[in-house]
Design a protein around this ligand. Structure first.
Ligand code: SF4
Ligand code: SF4
Length: 283
């Protein structure tokens, strides 16, 4: 699988939802960069050599006004990178329309997260269909949903409704602490129906282990936080390792070469789906 250099940029901490299963603590879901910091981030991306996919996450990117007002236009005008976004799709349709217009010709993937604690299924599906029609035809829109124990019938109903609307559900096994949740027998039937028995990283996120495999995290993939701090990958950060420096003070340095993964869990499918892990993906 060809490697797609990718940075996952947490553009802000702030989020307009408060999901019970959020992996970010409530205390962490605050803040956003200042106007000056946004300019420094844009300068950093302007100098980043090559064509990267900049996958923007939060919090909720649309909950930060600077996202639509400055970041998206700044990336389109000042860089040649591809733009992707992870959103809960709660922004008013007018804002989504503006995003679609601004990112035309440069949009990679929209990952829309379905949070049934905060939104009705039909309302979400309607908006996702409307947004799909607005964005680049070549861009992908994928709907994610966390498989919350005891509430999997809802997710299966969502899968059916999305499929009927021509959209695909990407189920995510729920993470707890350093691992994943242990589903009971009743839930396991639904989990298997939703994710299959041994799904690949494009079908579902089951947080597998790639320990020992050569990985380009830190080289052609990294995670960038709203304060400019950069880490090779999410797991490395969780263990207090893999710090690459800071994009805002000009100290960010990527590693020269891939190295074997030292971790027992890889909780995020982005490195796997961008060809960063040897032997994993569509190859
Ligand atoms: S929308 Fe995402 S970031 Fe916001 S509370 Fe829910 S899971 Fe957390
Ligand atoms: S395989 Fe996953 S956990 Fe391991 S180094 Fe790469 S991105 Fe990190």
């Amino acid at each position: 699988m060809t490697r797609q250099p990718t940075v996952e940029w947490q553009v802000c901490g702030v989020c307009n939802y408060d999901c019970s299963y959020c992996i970010q603590s409530k205390a962490a879901r605050v803040g956003h960069p200042s106007a000056d910091e946004v300019e420094r981030f844009l300068g950093f991306f302007g100098r980043l050599p090559g064509r990267w996919e900049i996958k923007m996450t939060g919090g909720e990117p649309f909950a930060f006004r600077g996202f639509l007002e400055r970041i998206v236009p700044g990336l389109v005008e000042g860089t040649s990178h591809t733009i992707s976004v992870l959103t809960n799709l709660s922004a008013p349709l007018g804002q989504l329309e503006r995003f679609a217009r601004l990112s035309r010709g440069r949009l990679g993937i929209v990952s829309a997260s379905l949070h049934l604690e905060h939104v009705g299924l039909s309302e979400f599906v309607e908006k996702a269909v409307a947004f799909r029609a607005l964005i680049d035809p070549a861009a992908r829109l994928v709907v994610n949903a966390v498989l919350v124990p005891g509430r999997l019938e809802e997710v299966r109903a969502a899968e059916a409704a999305l499929e009927a609307a021509g959209l695909r559900l990407f189920p995510q096994i729920m993470k707890v602490g350093p691992g994943v949740v242990d589903y009971d027998e009743a839930d396991r039937v639904h989990v298997e129906a939703l994710v299959g028995v041994s799904p690949g990283p494009r079908r579902a996120n089951v947080a597998p282990s790639y320990a020992g495999k050569r990985c380009w995290a830190g080289v052609e993939y990294f995670v960038l936080l709203q304060n400019g701090e950069a880490y090779a990958c999410r797991t490395a950060r969780r263990f207090g390792q893999g710090r690459l420096g800071n994009a805002l003070d000009g100290t960010l340095l990527r590693w020269d070469a891939p190295s074997p993964c030292p971790y027992a869990i890889c909780p995020c499918t982005v490195p796997a789906n961008r060809g960063m892990i040897e032997g994993v993906g569509d190859a």
